[in-house]
Write a protein that binds this ligand. Structure first.
Ligand SMILES: [Fe+2]
Length: 288
C-alpha cells in the first residue's frame, strides 16, 4: 500500500518536472527563410531575430515584427554592442535597443561575450576579449548599464574563437562564471561555439558544460560550421547541425534546471525548409 502511494508520488513528481521543463525549439528569422518559416509556424515554437536588422527601419517594419510576435514569441539577438570590452558600451545603442524592445514586444534580448570595436575601429566580427579580472569587471559594468537603460538584463552568448585571446589569465568557463557572478546575466549557451572551441583548443566539450551554472541557462543555440584544412572548426552557420552538437544538446537537456529555448541558427547556403524543420525535430528529440 505504502509502496503504491510512493509510486504515485514519484509519477506525479516526474510529471511536474516534465511539465516544468517544457522546452521550446525554434529558428533564427532570416529574410531568405521568411516564406518557409511563416508556412511552418505549427512546427516552430519561437523565433529569434537579429536586432540590428530592425533597429534602423521605419516603424512599419517594427509593427510587422510585433505582428510576427503574436504568432510566436520573438527574441531579439544583438551583435553590435561590444559588451565584453573595457571600453564602455555606447548608451545611444542601448537606447535604440530599449526602443526596439518596447515597440516589438520581444520576449527578451541577448548579446555576445565579445568586443566589436576598439580605438574607434570597427572590427567587423565578434572578437573574444582577453579573459582576465579587468574584462570581467568591465563586462559586468556594461551589462549593468544595459540593464538600467533597457529595463532587462541581456542574456550573453559564449562565442567561438580561432585564437586564444592574448592577455588572458582565466579559462573561458571561469571567466563566464565571473561575469555572471558580478552581473547576474544568463548565459545564452551556443553549443556549436562550445564544440568549435573544444576542438580548436583541445578540451572536452561535455566537461565544459559541467562547469557552467545551469541556474543561469535557459536559451541555447545550435548551428553547423566546417572543418578547416588545419583541423580547426570554423563557426560559419552555413552547414547542418553536426552530430557532436546534438550530443551536447542531449547533455544540456540532462543538465537543464529550467525549460530550454533552443534556436537553430543558419546564415546562408540555405537548404530546403523541410531540412531545417528536420533539424528542429532532431533537436526536440535530443531534449527528450
Ligand atoms: Fe549563436
Amino acid at each position: 500500500m505504502r509502496f503504491q502511494l510512493w509510486r504515485r508520488v514519484r509519477r506525479r513528481m516526474r510529471g511536474v518536472r516534465l511539465m516544468r521543463l517544457a522546452h521550446r525549439v525554434g529558428i533564427g528569422w532570416r529574410e531568405e527563410l521568411a516564406a518557409g518559416i511563416v508556412a511552418s509556424l505549427d512546427k516552430i515554437d519561437v523565433l529569434e531575430v537579429i536586432a540590428e536588422e530592425w533597429l534602423k527601419g521605419p516603424d512599419s517594419r517594427v509593427r510587422a515584427l510585433r505582428t510576427l510576435g503574436r504568432q510566436r514569441p520573438v527574441l531579439l539577438h544583438g551583435t553590435g554592442m561590444g559588451m565584453a570590452a573595457t571600453a564602455g558600451v555606447e548608451r545611444e545603442r542601448l537606447e535604440r535597443m530599449a526602443r526596439l524592445m518596447e515597440k516589438s514586444g520581444a520576449e527578451s534580448w541577448s548579446e555576445h561575450f565579445a568586443f566589436v570595436r576598439a580605438g574607434g575601429v570597427e572590427i567587423g566580427h565578434l572578437a573574444a576579449p582577453p579573459r582576465n579580472t579587468s574584462t570581467v569587471e568591465a563586462t559586468a559594468e556594461n551589462l549593468e548599464l544595459a540593464r538600467r537603460v533597457t529595463g532587462r538584463m541581456a542574456m550573453m552568448e559564449n562565442i567561438s574563437t580561432l585564437i586564444d585571446p592574448p592577455g588572458s589569465s582565466m579559462e573561458e568557463a571561469c571567466w563566464i562564471a565571473g561575469v555572471q557572478r558580478e552581473s547576474g546575466a544568463e548565459l545564452l549557451l551556443d553549443l556549436h561555439n562550445v564544440h568549435a572551441n573544444a576542438v580548436n583548443f583541445g578540451y572536452d566539450a561535455a566537461e565544459f558544460l559541467g562547469k557552467l551554472d545551469w541556474d543561469l541557462i535557459s536559451t541555447v543555440h545550435i548551428a553547423g560550421g566546417r572543418m578547416l584544412p588545419e583541423g580547426r572548426v570554423l563557426d560559419d552557420h552555413l552547414h547542418d547541425v553536426p552530430v557532436p552538437v546534438y550530443e551536447l544538446l542531449r547533455e544540456a537537456g540532462r543538465r537543464a534546471v529550467k525549460p530550454l529555448t533552443v534556436i537553430l541558427e543558419r546564415d546562408g547556403n540555405y537548404p530546403r525548409m523541410e531540412e531545417l524543420l528536420e533539424q528542429i525535430e532532431q533537436a526536440r528529440r535530443a531534449l527528450t
